[in-house]
Design a protein around this ligand. Structure first.
Ligand code: SF4
Length: 100
């Protein structure tokens, strides 16, 4: 039986992916491309209104759980996409940061 090894902790966890050390920071062009892929083909009622999306997005930008300026640490989603989808919710384990 092999022993369970403790997870390796990097001192620069905000600098690179834990799995491959590639930068998790995305360019604005890449983000926009991913958003367009995610919303392509969606019906209007599947997308949050501009006002709702902006409110959610502002809360994400101010949230301590946001990593790399793009990614929610609780779900791994790009918030640029998550905030656009009407059925999305904030996955904060304490309480929704979108419902304040
Ligand atoms: S916990 Fe909620 S508010 Fe914070 S980054 Fe994730 S989705 Fe956004």
């Amino acid at each position: 039986m092999s022993a369970i090894r403790p997870m390796q902790v990097h001192s620069d966890t905000n600098q690179g992916c834990k799995g491959c050390n590639r930068s998790p920071v995305l360019s604005e062009e890449k983000i926009n491309h991913l958003v367009q892929l995610a919303i392509a083909g969606k019906q209007a009622n599947e997308l949050a209104s501009e006002a709702v999306q902006q409110e959610r997005f502002q809360r994400c930008m101010a949230c301590p759980s946001l990593q790399f300026g793009t990614t929610c640490k609780h779900c791994g989603c790009l918030v640029h996409i998550r905030t656009r989808l009407q059925a999305s919710y904030c996955p904060s384990p304490t309480r929704s940061q979108w419902e304040q």
